[in-house]
Design a protein around this ligand. Structure first.
Ligand code: GRG
Length: 327
């Protein structure tokens, strides 16, 4: 079958997400039980088990199955990706960062447990993610060399070439938004981003989103393809698919920020068109941002065309779900 054929079109993503999500939640529950010292495990479990769409684990599992691997082989890296994502959310919500009191409709970690415990819980999740892959992946039959490659992929995605890089450039821009001609060290090159008031150009915006959002989504999918036994060319196709989907995720987030707020407040101009934050709708206009999102879906689908269409169906529908979601 080909992409767009009945067998692919009939695929039920909602059912797939519910079923895989349930098993990911069970695996996370088992991986981080409530044990001594209870306070830190309670704090870790609060953020790890309290909801979330589980997009990163789904990407890992679907990419593993795409290259012919089984769900069990992907589960350790799927859980690790969610642990790393959770770690980043706990940090992001702290008073010294975004200072958010609510996450997924629940009080944030530091609000419930205090800053000291929240920071420790995030650090514990960070290191446990790798411990979990190292301890569990070979038990489900993944070759040691592939376990190491998966850990390399995941660790790189959250360090100073990944999440941290995106966050630090974002912070610099927020801090110096109003200064002109600030020089940043980007990709080992000196780049003059010339902040003209609120203007941050597309290149910088893309750098931030690729690192803050896309890189971990990419690492989840790529590590899934690695533990699934994918060949080098297949792994790189999965990487390009996930990079497009990662950027798409952020573009759509920006679009929703505008349209949701407009609908909720019954206004024509949404929050982000008025705020200081640089977003795709601000740089490209709402229609331009939608067009960009459409281009990214087509790019992602293009990468999947090289695989068996039935196996590619979950990733094909996941890209569409991310593109056309309403929240
Ligand atoms: C300390 C190593 C280290 C990293 C932290 C704070 C920080 C550095 C990075 C910020 C990363 C961040 C919060 C990016 C936003 C990512 C994003 C799009 C979150 C929302 O993801 P969803 O929609 O959330 O998948 P759910 O709730 O469904 O899981």
């Amino acid at each position: 079958p080909e992409l767009g054929s009945p067998v692919v079109e009939r695929f039920d993503l909602k059912e797939y997400m519910a079923e895989k999500g349930r098993r990911v939640n069970e695996a996370l529950e088992l991986a981080v039980p409530l044990r001594y010292p209870e306070l830190i495990h309670r704090s870790m479990r609060h953020s790890l088990l309290g909801g979330g769409k589980r997009v990163r684990p789904l990407l890992a599992i679907a990419a593993c199955e795409l290259v012919g691997g089984c769900e069990a082989a992907a589960m350790p890296v799927a859980c690790a990706a969610e642990m790393l994502h959770t770690m980043s959310l706990i940090h992001d919500d702290l008073p010294c960062m975004d200072n958010d009191a609510l996450r997924r409709g629940q009080p944030t970690n530091h609000v419930l447990f205090g800053e000291e415990t929240a920071i420790l819980a995030a650090i514990a999740l960070h290191s446990f993610a790798f411990e979990h892959v190292a301890a569990s992946a070979s038990r489900v039959g993944v070759a040691p060399e592939r376990v190491v490659r998966a850990i390399l992929e995941l660790s790189n995605s959250v360090g100073s070439e990944g999440l941290v890089a995106g966050q630090v450039i974002n912070q610099s821009i927020n801090q110096f938004q109003n200064l002109r001609g600030i020089i940043f060290l980007l990709n080992s090159q000196i780049v003059d981003i010339s902040c003209e008031g609120k203007e941050v150009d597309m290149g910088v915006l893309e750098y931030i989103h690729i690192h803050k959002t896309a890189r971990l989504l990419e690492a989840a999918a790529v590590s899934g393809a690695i533990v699934g036994g994918g060949e080098e060319a297949e792994v790189e196709r999965v990487r390009r698919y996930a990079r497009s989907v990662g950027l798409l995720f952020q573009v759509v987030d920006d679009i929703l920020d505008v349209t949701k707020t407009s609908e909720e407040l019954g206004k024509t101009a949404g929050k982000d068109l008025a705020s200081d934050k640089t977003t795709y709708p601000k740089l490209l206009g709402l229609d331009g941002a939608r067009e960009f999102a459409h281009t990214l879906v087509l790019q992602a689908e293009g990468e999947l065309a090289a695989f068996d269409a039935a196996r590619a169906a979950p990733l094909y529908h996941l890209a569409r779900f991310i593109a056309y979601r309403h929240n």
